[in-house]
Design a protein around this ligand. Structure first.
Ligand SMILES: Nc1ncnc2c1ncn2[C@@H]1O[C@H](COP(=O)(O)OP(=O)(O)OP(=O)(O)O)[C@@H](O)[C@H]1O
Length: 408
């Protein structure tokens, strides 16, 4: 898939994965690789299918879910495998870090005992040795005074410490792959960074690969080697994470980057312009004309109806729902991609993003774009990916403009 993929066999290879829960085709043909020892981020809006993809990989799909396609862990096909197969894999070859540590830690056993039990679940080692490994694992993720802390119950840990303990537990048996689903979302920003550092450092020490599920683009850019952008259960683009977010290859990714708060665009993703786009009342560059954003007559402000607007063939003016930016930059607006993802029951024909896309043409509404080689290790599913403006965020932000009038 990327240059790295070509030179190093992936630890995880997912091909045409389809997950249907009840009547909901939530994951609709997802393909990506996780190279050994590297970090791959799965990003996208809520409901894009990130968690279901991860759960299908882990053998934790909801009861009754139908799983089709291929999931290979070090070459072994495990798509839809039963509990017996996963019992052999869990901990040893693949481990899970959930968003909520209390989902995996028993509230009534000391944390150290739980880590020691994880060691003894895969290897016949004396209790004292398992215990020593538990303490070392807690120490490795930055838990101070680990020997004493190992005797504490989970509720005696802070949220950040609990998440570190779960990371320690995931790594303790040296898995080849860790799947972390929003591992820091429940933590405050300061703790979040420390926990992620702990995850990154300990992962590097063991050589495990990481599949990081997140909706946080700056986090993905800072911590991932590769990114897979999902939209409505399909891959929109994949490739080196920094490149994808610095120079999006599809309008959807451009919209995600354009939606970053002030300072996050340029600083965190290297995107030229980042958030520094239009000012209130300014037109969205609009080569094709039409009402400016926020003006009466601009269709669909702030509602799903905007997604249904026929936005024409060129990089047209797209009305954006906006909220006042917080903090010192109150003179700017936070843009969002107009409209909403399609209902998973009723994904339209063609590109699922077409109704929200400023570049959509008739073809986009009729034919689902395949994921194709876009060079530099990138794959993009967009009929018009090669025609994106530079920077692509101007599709949603307009060209960089000088500071505008403050909000009245
Ligand atoms: N157990 C379930 N039963 C029915 N539908 C489900 C179930 N789990 C997920 N879905 C649906 O599948 C789609 C994808 O869900 P998923 O949780 O994978 O999204 P996500 O990208 O992880 O979103 P988020 O970031 O909000 O967790 C959604 O439309 C969701 O409603």
């Amino acid at each position: 898939m990327t240059t790295v993929h070509e030179t190093m066999p992936p630890v995880l290879s997912v091909r045409d994965l389809r997950v249907t829960v009840g009547a909901v085709p939530a994951v609709r043909g997802v393909s990506f690789d996780v190279p050994a020892g590297q970090v791959t981020a799965l990003v996208g809006e809520s409901g894009a299918g990130k968690s279901l993809t991860a759960r299908a990989v882990l053998g934790l799909a909801p009861h009754g879910a139908r799983i089709l396609g291929s999931v290979r862990l070090d070459g072994e096909e495990i798509a839809g495998a039963g509990p017996a197969v996963y019992r052999r894999l869990w901990g040893r070859r693949v481990a899970y870090v959930p968003q909520d540590a209390l989902a995996v830690l028993s509230p009534v056993h000391p944390v150290g005992d739980q880590l020691a039990a994880a060691v003894r679940s895969v290897a016949r080692v004396p209790r004292a040795e398992a215990r020593a490994r538990a303490v070392a694992a807690l120490d490795a993720v930055g838990i101070a005074d680990a020997a004493r802390r190992a005797r504490a119950l989970p509720h005696e840990f802070s949220g950040g410490m609990r998440q570190r303990a779960v990371i320690a537990m995931a790594l303790i048996n040296g898995p080849r792959l860790i799947v972390a689903d929003e591992p820091t979302t429940a933590l405050d920003p300061r703790v979040r960074e420390h926990v992620l550092d702990a995850l990154t450092r300990s992962r590097e020490a063991t050589g495990a690969a990481l599949l990081l599920i997140t909706h946080d683009l700056p986090l993905a850019t800072a911590h991932a080697d590769h990114a897979v952008v999902l939209y409505a259960g399909r891959v929109t683009e994949t490739g080196p994470a920094h490149q994808i977010f610095a120079t999006p290859g599809s309008p959807y990714t451009a919209g995600l980057v354009a939606s970053l708060p002030p300072g996050w665009g340029a600083g965190a993703t290297g995107v030229e312009g980042g958030f520094d786009g239009p000012t209130p009342g300014a037109s969205a560059s609009a080569p094709a004309g039409g009402p400016a954003r926020g003006e009466p007559g601009a269709p669909g402000m702030g509602g799903a109806a905007a997604g249904a607007a026929d936005v024409g063939a060129g990089p047209a003016s797209v009305p954006l729902p906006r909220v006042p930016a917080a903090g010192p930059r109150r003179d700017r607006w936070l843009p969002a991609i107009a409209g909403a993802p399609p209902c998973p029951f009723e994904v339209p024909a063609g590109c699922a993003f077409a109704s929200r896309c400023p570049m959509a043409v008739g073809l986009c509404r009729e034919v689902e774009p395949p994921l194709e080689d876009a060079g530099s290790g990138r794959l993009v599913a967009c009929h018009r990916g090669s025609e994106l403006p530079v920077p692509a965020t101007t599709l949603f932000l307009g060209p960089p403009q000088p500071p505008g009038e403050p909000l009245s």
